[in-house]
Design a protein around this ligand. Structure first.
Ligand code: NAI
Length: 357
């Protein structure tokens, strides 16, 4: 039987995976720690690994996996900036992902952050619990009639734009591959990046992290934004230069910042560090601003998204086990599935922190 080593798993991952009809056909090792070059030896006899956003599959890690007999990397997410696809291809490792588990989940969380930040819901909640019913400092603004700039109009950006249009917000968009018919139908106007920055009260990021989009939001970009503008980032932390963001926030130029992702989130987000001293000075500083709202990469976390992640992942793992083609839309790197070696019928011992399904 094919063994699959799952990394960076949480109870909800295991629960939703166990609910899939395919789960009983697979032999799974669930690890709670992340997969990196340092932890890759834990793969044991697995032929596939299943990973999430903060597992780091760089070339050395992929080489180790390949040497250990792994032939498939299955991402439980849409973004794939954490996998060296060139290295995977040259090693003959197939890579699949879940391309669209619920764009609604991420778009709706983006808007939840915007509304909470703008109307100071997070601060009001704390005040009222302490019987402080004062409204001082809680003034927001109407979204109706404002201009929002959506950077990246793929699946999530489009839904975010659609929700914003429902508020009566004007929407500008920037994307190197625009969708003119969609924009015309929704009353969205494509523009260049500089005009979007200069004209938007709210800028929302929905583009992938690539070498060219890293730190797309830097000191220069912030200086080109409308004074008092809001920045929303539910895409990837490294799109924003955190040092420059903090310096800009200190000047009071930005009205508010909502982040579901953070440049150095790896090793911090998804875990409970409440009993520890936070060693990340930039995150600590960000948390001191009254106009910064941070969630720990939870935009995807809905029942629908978890079900879809489990469905697509389990489907691909069964295709792999049976030597069938992967679900077409999820393939990032395709490689023919080799037949399992005979010694792989022996299930490897489970490591600490893992469970078998
Ligand atoms: P998608 O692939 O459907 O759309 C991305 C869009 O960005 C495409 O239209 C592309 O042409 C555009 N784009 C690429 N480079 C650009 C640039 N330099 N400037 C402007 N636009 C650019 O992706 P989808 O599903 O909409 O996801 C967007 C991002 O959201 C993902 O890359 C991922 O990083 C993030 N994400 C975050 C989640 C969370 O829980 N916070 C969950 C899922 C995705």
């Amino acid at each position: 039987m094919n063994t699959i080593a799952f990394y960076d798993t949480k109870p909800y991952d295991r629960e939703y995976f166990a609910r899939t009809p395919e789960a009983h056909q697979l032999h799974c090792q669930f690890h709670e720690f992340r997969l990196t070059n340092e932890t890759a030896a834990s793969v044991g006899g697995a032929r596939a690994v299943c990973v999430f956003v903060n597992d780091r599959l760089d070339a050395p890690c992929l080489r180790q996996l390949h040497q250990a007999g792994v032939r498939l990397v299955a991402l439980r997410c849409a973004g794939f900036n954490n996998v060296d696809l060139t290295a995977a291809k040259s090693l003959g490792l197939a890579v699949v992902r879940v391309p669209a588990y619920s764009p609604h989940a991420v778009a709706e969380h983006t808007i939840a952050l915007l509304l909470a930040l703008n109307r100071n819901i997070h601060r009001a909640y704390n005040r009222v619990r302490e019987h402080n019913f004062s409204l001082n400092g809680l003034v927001g603004f109407d979204l109706h009639g404002k201009t929002a700039g959506v950077v990246g109009t793929g699946k999530i950006g489009k839904i975010t734009a659609q929700i914003l249009r429902g508020f009566g917000t004007e929407v500008l968009a920037f994307d190197p591959y625009p969708s003119p018919a969609w924009a015309a139908a929704l009353g969205v106007r494509y523009t260049d990046f500089t005009t979007l920055l200069a004209s938007s009260h709210i800028v929302s990021l929905h583009l992938p992290l690539t070498p060219s989009s890293r730190h797309l939001f830097n000191a220069e970009t912030f200086a080109s934004m409308k004074p008092g503008a809001y920045l929303l980032n539910t895409s990837r932390g490294k799109l924003v230069d955190t040092t420059a963001l903090i310096e800009t926030l200190k000047t009071g130029r930005l009205g508010g910042v909502a982040l579901d992702v953070y440049e150095e989130e790896e090793g911090l987000f998804f875990e409970d560090h409440s009993g520890e001293i936070l060693q990340d000075d930039e995150l600590s500083r960000l948390l001191t601003f009254p106009n910064v709202l941070i969630t720990a990469h939870q935009a995807f976390l809905t029942h629908e998204a978890l079900s879809e992640i489990a469905r697509v992942t389990a489907g691909n793992l069964v295709c792999f086990a049976e030597g069938q083609p992967f679900l077409a839309e999820s393939v990032l790197v395709d490689c023919p599935t080799p037949a399992p070696a005979s010694n792989e019928h022996t299930a490897p011992a489970l490591s600490r922190g893992s469970a078998s399904l």
